[in-house]
Design a protein around this ligand. Structure first.
Ligand code: ACO
Length: 403
């Protein structure tokens, strides 16, 4: 925050990292890797309080929403800034239901390109959204009304695409959405072909509520920056899915579970932490740019993961690893993040490990949309700069004479 971006010294950072005043620059530029401290907008959508470990959506603590609301209400809240009344809720839910069905072209393309060994579900999801954008009418109409129309389509259809990919992977036919079921219930229904228990539907719903928005994180910034050039919503969500996929962001949830499986038993946790420290490797599912204390989402997910009778061993490993890492690195502000306990819940719900981040995307799409709409209200294209540390006036040599 304190990094000053104005000044009169007009300095240029040289290759060696020292400043010289040889060249005229309009500003004093300080390199801010990862845009640490940059503020892109004033927002009412949500607040991440990294010191106190609080997450707020439109004024409500996320724990309160996870306990009391459903996903439809939370998506409505993020987008419209208030909880829906009964009529608004019914209309919003009906609108989502009307958008659930996946065009046959998308299923066909997914079926053709799905390489069961190599295709990552996040790549397929990204491609499916891109195809949906090609099939969609009027994508370049950037009015709020049209963006909302397309946003509802995306919130509704992502679970359909993910469930279809899951089934195609298993050699099964995709299941048509059931319009009598709520958003999250229908997600699990399309995944397994049978109505989920109320407890399982609620578990996924809580996780999706906790993942629905989280400030100007990497994928949200990607979505907003894409949209700020007045590009279409599908392009923004394609970019956001691509960003979320990375293991430093949403993709960490997969790696975390793979590491639990590698650790195998609580007896090996200490050794695992020591090995990571010796190799100077990060432990996935820990650390955060904003939180320097326990991520409130991880605390809620931990509570629910601890209750799963079929995941007792995984939970024990997680709990001991949590304790060990916090004891070692807690003083440096490294604590479990949202990706640490979520995988245990997804495994219990029958998702394969490489599908974990797709669930994150299906939840976060509401936040992406809310942030895009908010930024668009006072839109300005993104254009940060970098500092040129190369040479000037190099002599050109023709190709034949180059060494
Ligand atoms: N394990 C061990 N050390 C860590 C970890 C970790 N998980 N995370 C950060 N550190 C250390 C770094 O090694 C670094 O130490 P140093 O100052 O001695 O070099 C210091 O903490 C700062 O780390 P950065 O990577 O610079 O922090 P940044 O804010 O850029 O990155 C990030 C945040 C990407 C989340 C990082 O903590 C990380 O890589 N964590 C593991 C991946 C992960 O769990 N990602 C999911 C994040 S939540 C989400 O995106 C949904």
């Amino acid at each position: 925050m304190s990094k000053e971006k104005s000044g009169v010294s007009r300095q240029l950072l040289t290759k060696e990292g020292a400043f010289t005043s040889d060249f005229e620059w309009p500003l004093t530029l300080l390199v801010d890797k990862g845009l640490d401290g940059a503020v892109t907008n004033k927002s009412r959508v949500g607040y991440v309080d990294g010191d106190k470990g609080r997450l707020i959506y439109q004024g409500y603590p996320v724990e309160v929403l996870a306990e009391n609301a459903d996903y439809e209400e939370v998506a409505y809240l993020l987008i419209f800034g208030k909880l829906p009344n009964e009529q608004e809720y019914v209309e919003f839910s009906q609108n989502l239901k009307a958008n659930r069905k996946m065009p046959v072209e998308v299923v066909k393309i997914m079926d053709i390109i799905y390489d069961h060994e190599h295709s990552h579900p996040m790549s397929l999801l990204r491609t499916a959204v891109s195809v949906l954008g090609v099939l969609q009418k009027n994508v370049m109409d950037t009015s709020r009304e049209n963006e909302l129309r397309m946003g509802m389509h995306l919130i509704a259809i992502l679970p359909t695409v993910i469930a279809a990919l899951h089934r195609l992977r298993l050699g099964l036919k995709p299941v048509e959405p059931d319009l009598n079921l709520k958003h999250v219930e229908n997600f699990l229904y399309m995944l397994h072909g049978k109505k989920p228990s109320a407890r399982d539907a609620r578990l996924l719903e809580i996780s999706m509520i906790l993942h629905a928005d989280h400030g100007m994180n990497a994928s949200t910034l990607t979505a907003v920056a894409t949209s700020a050039s007045l590009s279409d919503l599908y392009s923004s969500i394609v970019g956001a899915i691509g960003s979320l996929k990375g293991p430093l962001h949403g993709g960490a949830n997969e790696v975390v579970l793979k590491e639990f499986l590698k650790i195998k038993s609580v007896d090996h946790v200490k050794e695992f932490v020591a090995e990571k420290a010796a190799k100077k490797e990060k432990i996935m599912g820990f650390g955060h740019r904003i939180y320097k204390t326990y991520d409130p989402r991880a605390a809620v997910l931990k509570k629910y993961a601890s209750k799963l009778n079929d995941e007792v061993e995984m939970f024990k490993i997680a709990e001991v690893l949590d304790r060990e890492v916090v004891a070692k690195y807690g003083s440096r502000g490294i604590y479990p993040n949202v990706d640490f306990y979520s995988g245990i819940i997804y495994r219990h719900l029958g998702f394969e490990i490489n599908f974990f981040t797709t669930i994150f995307a299906a939840a976060r799409v509401a936040g992406w949309l809310a942030r895009i709409l908010e930024y668009r209200a006072e839109n300005r294209i993104f254009r940060p700069r970098d500092v040129y540390v190369g040479e000037f006036n190099k002599e050109f040599t023709v190709r034949e004479k180059r060494p």
